[in-house]
Ligand binder design. Structure first.
Ligand code: GLN
Length: 475
């Protein structure tokens, strides 16, 4: 079965060259062949086929077809689907079933998408390699001994291996963009508040955003269009009008495009292949009529510190709800209530999650609040001003997605700080809340994928994807 893009699939469905059921069976078969790769935590074998049949009947009956009619999708396992497991790749939620649907899920369903299953991830979306999962490692699609990135590693691998056409991820500091870069696909994090977070299990609420992993910018645009928009169940969702992103993509032209290239995004220790490929792509765009504008984003060196202070603070509060009483896992042995809480959390959470809860409670504690948490909030504000100012002068800010290509499984697990540095180029957009995307640039000298990272101003997702598409097309 040759399925290139959603447009292609839809044409084949509408012309009856294919049925939804055939498409779903094709994907399910591939998923089962990759069963040992831990890409999916749950596969919806029966439900997906049932739904495909329902959609086939709808087509036959001449019903109105939704925007995503028959699109086979994977959903990261921290996004709620009613009646299905919602594990967040954690032992503490391993048996937990969601009692409601995420708003994003409801909107996709209303547009006739088909869910194939729930994908693996770093526990509670904390990580950059998918190695912090209670459900095992996921291989990089281009080298089985390397990581697919994280935390949406399962979603990225699913799309890259062809086990879903499009996948949802969540992005708090890079978890959609970095794995997309590591797996040679497109990964979009929209503006903060563009998509409702209702039903997305909270990690750091003022950063979290659902994102899209796809092969093509147009597919990502379509899925975004369906999910975006105000939701009364999420007070932080934006009422900003939802644009026709597909149309906006088509309107972007390389002629006269001002691409901001911050010198801070090309540090001396940047991997040589990454630097060469990103610069090569930028020169190519200049040759095609774009203008490269050298810019500076001072204080970039504080991004990682500020990010890890703020997100751990929020996480320590958000994860307090997993106490053995309300959801999921409860320790078997406990002498009293306090011991039940302690034992459940000690046994249920993995190392990285515990590390972050401790860090977060520390930076919020009396005596350290001003030194760490408040300071980091101030840095956040400074970043917002700097990025706003930069985007008054240029259309887009460009650089590498990751400072290095996919690394080996186990290479960075011993040193959390090393792992945190994987996010150095993706966290700024999360700190400021602007939309950002990773575009695949091709392969380095070791045949490993390299991604380009682009940031646009608030709510400019259409323009952002349009610029991304310019880069992808000329591969
Ligand atoms: N890798 C980053 C972290 O561990 C980003 C995670 C995310 O975006 N969910 O926090």
């Amino acid at each position: 079965m040759q399925l290139n893009s959603y447009e292609d699939l839809r044409a084949q469905l509408v012309s009856r060259a294919l049925t939804c059921e055939e498409v779903v069976r094709f994907y399910l078969e591939r998923i089962d062949q990759h069963g040992d790769d831990n890409i999916y935590i749950t596969v919806f074998h029966e439900q997906a086929i049932e739904r495909a049949r329902m959609l086939d009947r709808k087509l036959q009956a001449g019903g109105t077809l939704g925007k995503l009619f028959g699109m086979p999708m994977a959903i990261k396992d921290n996004i709620a689907i009613k009646g299905s497991k919602l594990t967040c790749a954690s032992k503490i939620l391993a048996q937990y079933e969601s009692v409601y649907d995420a708003t994003a899920v409801l909107r996709l369903e209303a547009a006739d998408a088909i869910f194939l299953g729930k994908t693996n991830m770093d526990e509670f979306a904390m990580g950059s390699s998918n190695e912090n999962s209670a459900f095992g490692n996921v291989p990089n699609p281009f080298d089985k001994n390397r990581v697919p990135g994280g935390s949406s590693g399962g979603s990225a691998a699913a799309v890259a291996f062809g086990l879903a056409m499009v996948a949802l991820g969540s992005d708090t500091g890079g978890s959609v963009r970095q794995p997309a870069g590591f797996c040679d696909i497109v990964g979009l994090k929209p503006t903060y508040g563009r998509i409702s977070r209702y039903g997305l299990v909270a990690f750091a609420s003022s950063f979290d955003q659902i994102g899209v992993l796809a092969r093509h910018c147009d597919d990502a645009a379509l899925v975004l269009e369906v999910m975006a928009g105000r939701d009364e169940r999420d007070a932080t969702s934006s009422a900003h009008a939802v644009d026709n992103y597909s149309q906006q993509i088509a309107a972007v032209s390389v002629e006269g495009l001002k691409i901001g290239v911050p010198k801070e995004y090309f540090p001396e220790n940047l991997n040589a292949d990454v630097s060469r490929m990103v610069r090569g792509k930028l020169s190519e765009l200049r040759d095609r009529g774009a203008e490269l504008v050298e810019i500076t984003l001072p204080d970039s060196q504080y991004a990682i510190a500020a990010y890890y202070i703020l997100v751990t603070a929020e996480a320590s509060s958000n994860l307090a709800r997993f106490d053995g009483a309300r959801y999921g896992y409860r320790a078997e042995h406990a002498e009293n209530l306090a011991a039940m809480y302690v034992n459940s959390r000690t046994e249920g959470f993995g190392r990285e999650v515990k590390r972050r809860i401790m860090l977060g409670t520390y930076v919020l504690s009396a005596g350290y609040y001003d030194t760490y948490y408040k300071k980091a909030q101030q840095v956040r504000r400074v970043f917002q001003d700097r990025y706003r100012e930069a985007l008054e002068k240029v259309d887009v800010i460009a650089g590498p997605t990751s400072p290095f290509p996919p690394f080996g499984i186990g290479d960075k697990t011993g040193d959390p700080l090393e792992m945190y540095l994987a996010d150095v180029f993706t966290v700024p957009a999360s700190i400021v809340g602007m939309p950002a995307v990773s575009v695949p640039l091709g392969f380095d000298s070791l045949k490993l994928p390299v991604g380009m990272h682009l940031i646009c101003n608030f709510f400019e997702e259409g323009k952002l994807l349009g610029i991304a598409k310019l880069m992808q097309r000329s591969l």
